[in-house]
Design a protein around this ligand. Structure first.
Ligand SMILES: Cc1ncc(C[n+]2csc(CCOP(=O)(O)OP(=O)(O)O)c2C)c(N)n1
Ligand code: SF4
Length: 285
């Protein structure tokens, strides 16, 4: 398989230079290098510029609702555990309306990869401040600057008990591809926060802004990915230097492992049986 095997014939609607290109290329290359059949992969998208990616990568794809990509992906995985299931959503989508789902998905540890397109703005709606916008960020909704503290998806994911947590950068697609491969092959809920500069509506957090700050923890031989305290401490570093790479990984049973009903064949592959629910209904009488 090559990246081209996952390309559709649709012309992209993303602005020239958008970070979504690097992110999508990294994902297609990761799928190709993992030799995954496009017919055995489902990507569930949210709503936003990120969600428009539904047209450009050839796998099974579902354009879900704003804030609902994660529960939709988990539902699909429960129905057909043989699929590789990936959820993709913007930072506004996933950490605004979708924040509750984010935390509960972590608790359940369903075997789903969750990619956050983190451009630190609501972009499809033409540039409002988002949960990951920095304090002081000026946008249409915040002409005097954001007064709330920035949501940090990496430290939130670690604090809530995510079994795989990483941060990538669309400006380093080769590294991002490796992170995606590790996240997809991880058994359990994996969170990858990806800095994906919006070149049209975010003139602060540009590619250069990230290049000037990012350092790669995957290149640090002393970094132990099983050390939660170290990962959490590292995740709080934000300013002149910002870490990226794989912060943390552990193995714990997945949501599917815990449910006896899911042992054996995938639910969609089992024959439909007609059940008589009369006895159950009468038990409430
Ligand atoms: C339930 C619901 N609420 C709000 C919207 C309006 N809406 C569409 S896209 C969008 C912003 C998306 O921003 P983000 O999730 O950060 O993605 P980006 O466009 O930056 O990729 C919003 C608020 C919607 N479509 N549905
Ligand atoms: S508005 Fe921003 S995020 Fe949306 S396609 Fe253009 S550059 Fe990308």
């Amino acid at each position: 398989m090559t990246e081209k095997d996952y390309l559709t014939t649709y012309k992209s609607t993303w602005c020239p230079g958008c970070g979504n290109f690097g992110l999508a290329i990294a994902m297609r290359k990761a799928l190709a290098e993992l030799n995954l059949d496009p017919a055995k992969v489902l990507i569930v998208y949210g709503i936003g510029c990120s969600g428009n990616g539904v047209n450009f990568t050839k796998t099974y794809a579902w354009h879900s609702l704003h804030g609902r990509a994660v529960p939709t992906a988990i539902g699909a995985k429960l129905a057909n555990k043989d699929l590789t299931v990936i959820a993709m959503a913007g930072d506004g989508d996933g950490l605004g309306e979708g924040m509750g789902h984010f935390i509960h998905a972590i608790r359940g540890n369903a075997d789903v990869t969750y990619v956050i397109h983190d451009n630190k703005t609501y972009s499809l709606t033409t540039g409002q401040a988002a949960p990951t916008s920095d304090r002081g960020f000026k946008a249409k909704t915040t002409p005097e600057g954001v007064i709330e503290e920035m949501a940090n998806p990496v430290s939130l994911a670690l604090a809530a008990g995510t079994s795989f947590v990483a941060r990538g950068f669309a400006g380093n697609a080769e590294h991002l591809k490796e992170i995606f491969k590790a996240a997809i092959t991880h058994r359990g809920f994996s969170v990858v926060d990806v800095f994906q500069p919006c070149v049209t509506f975010n003139t602060v957090n540009t590619f250069k802004w990230f290049f000037d700050r990012l350092y790669n923890i995957d290149q640090d031989a002393t970094y132990n990915k099983n050390d939660l305290s170290r990962a959490f401490k590292e995740s709080l570093i934000w300013g002149a230097k910002i870490p990226y790479g794989i912060f943390y990984q552990n193995n714990r049973p997945t949501y599917g492992d815990e449910l006896p009903q899911l042992r054996g064949a995938a639910l969609v592959k089992r024959p439909m049986t007609v059940r008589d629910i009369d006895r159950l209904v009468k038990s409430f009488a």
